[in-house]
Design a protein around this ligand. Structure first.
Ligand SMILES: C[S@@+](CC[C@H](N)C(=O)[O-])C[C@H]1O[C@@H](n2cnc3c(N)ncnc32)[C@H](O)[C@@H]1O
Length: 407
């Protein structure tokens, strides 16, 4: 196989040596975007302004998103994130005053991105806190009156929550469902969502581990108001950063189809698609999707790279399967990219069994087959946490790559 890129180099940098290939100017920009401390080490940056409102698995570091947008989107241009997740790229696009477009198949991601990218008036922010307080008061009154649940809960929910927590969350959920203003409903449903896993016995979205909880009665309602106040602070902080607000487009769509986008050509796509065989967004978000009444059927049938799908794939055929999935995305991307437009993607190597899926090789080959030119990449070693596939990275470490493809 041809080397995927030309001009191999290696730079010493924060978080390990960065290997680069391709055009020197582009690789320097990609390397700069990769060389941020991980959000695990650098909680403050990852939580800065509205980014930190709600957790989301595998979100892009905001500094990486900001650097990629500033380096690869022309002034006043358009940028699409077709796997927008919690909206990191769109938020940084707003700050950089370029026009953001985002889609995702996960309805929770669409809600989060809409919430985090909509700048509000002071009046709207006041209403948000006042309505959160009304919901919390309602939950407190029902708690004191020892009122029962408003619906029958599944055995799963009964297992996941302490009984009094389940009742208090149920009251918050009931009051939120009475809100008729869609935007306000969306904000407060997400405030509730941001607390769900914290008050459940799940240790995180992505782990099956259960932890013991001992929650004071009334604490969920108190946290609900605090979280609404926190969202308001964060939106105000974002408002100060965005001096020239651009219209934002966000919708639910499949990145391998891109049917909902308005007919605007994108100067750049900046994105982090799922990594093959790594996450399961349906499973990770089932609790939140269920409580928010969101329809997961499109995500179930169209999620790219999900670990549960790859568990059924012969590891020797996994690279071909992944290439096939990526090709569907690249072909759709080509239909919306402007001539000469750039597709910048972050992707880490992954593994199935003992077989490593080297993202830079699979991406470069597949991109070429789809008429996109692999122009540059920067790659930095990353730890691999998945025990059963550790041997896949015995000879060569796992890398995260920032890759530039040109249309
Ligand atoms: C790595 S995450 C993106 C995280 C995002 N960059 C952020 O900062 O929050 C990958 C996203 O791809 C979405 N996804 C998976 N398959 C998809 C598909 N076929 N079309 C659109 N989105 C998809 C998942 O729902 C998830 O939000």
């Amino acid at each position: 196989m041809n080397p995927p890129f030309r001009n191999r180099r290696s730079l010493t940098n924060l978080g390990g040596a960065i290997e680069t290939e391709g055009d020197a100017e582009d690789t320097a920009k990609l390397a700069e975007a990769l060389a941020v401390r991980s959000s695990l080490d650098d909680e403050d940056a990852a939580r800065s302004h509205v980014h930190g409102f709600h957790t989301y698995p595998a979100r892009m570091h905001p500094d990486t998103a900001a650097r990629l947008v500033r380096s690869f989107v022309p002034d006043g241009g358009t940028v699409l994130d077709p796997f927008c997740g919690s909206g990191t790229v769109l938020i940084e696009a707003l700050v950089a005053e370029v026009r953001p477009f985002g889609v995702d198949l996960n309805p929770l991601a669409v809600m989060l991105t809409k919430c985090k990218t909509r700048l509000r008036s002071t009046e709207e922010l006041q209403t948000l806190i006042a309505t959160a307080t009304v919901c919390a008061n309602y939950a407190n009154e029902r708690r004191k009156a020892r009122a029962g649940a408003s619906r029958r809960y599944s055995a799963e929910d009964v297992q996941l929550f302490e009984p009094h927590v389940l009742l208090e969350l149920d009251s918050l959920r009931t009051k939120i469902s009475e809100i008729t203003d869609n935007a306000l409903w969306l904000d407060l449903a997400l405030v509730l969502s941001s607390l769900l896993v914290k008050f459940s016995k799940k240790s995180s979205d992505t782990s099956g581990e259960m932890v013991a909880r001992k929650t004071m009665p009334g604490f969920p309602s108190k946290m609900f108001v605090r979280k609404a106040e926190d969202l308001v602070q964060r939106l105000m902080a974002l408002g100060k950063l965005v001096t020239n607000p651009q219209p934002v487009f966000v919708d639910q769509d499949d990145a391998t189809k891109l049917k909902t986008l308005p007919s605007v050509k994108m100067d750049a796509i900046v994105t982090s698609p799922p990594y093959a065989a790594t996450y399961d967004y349906v499973a990770h978000h089932m609790l939140r999707l269920r409580w928010l009444g969101l329809d997961a059927s499109s995500l179930k049938s169209g999620e790219l790279g999900s670990r549960s799908t790859y568990e059924r794939v012969d590891p020797r055929k996994a690279a071909d399967t992944w290439s096939h999935e990526l090709a569907r995305f690249f072909r759709a991307a080509k239909t919306v990219l402007a001539p000469g437009g750039k597709l910048v993607m972050l992707m880490a190597d992954s593994a199935l069994g003992t077989i490593a899926l080297r993202a830079e090789e699979i991406v470069a080959q597949t991109a070429r087959d789809c008429g996109l030119y692999p122009a540059a990449r920067a790659s930095q070693p990353r730890p691999h946490f998945h025990g059963p596939s550790r041997d896949a990275f015995r000879d060569r470490p796992r890398f995260e790559h920032a890759i530039l493809l040109r249309n």
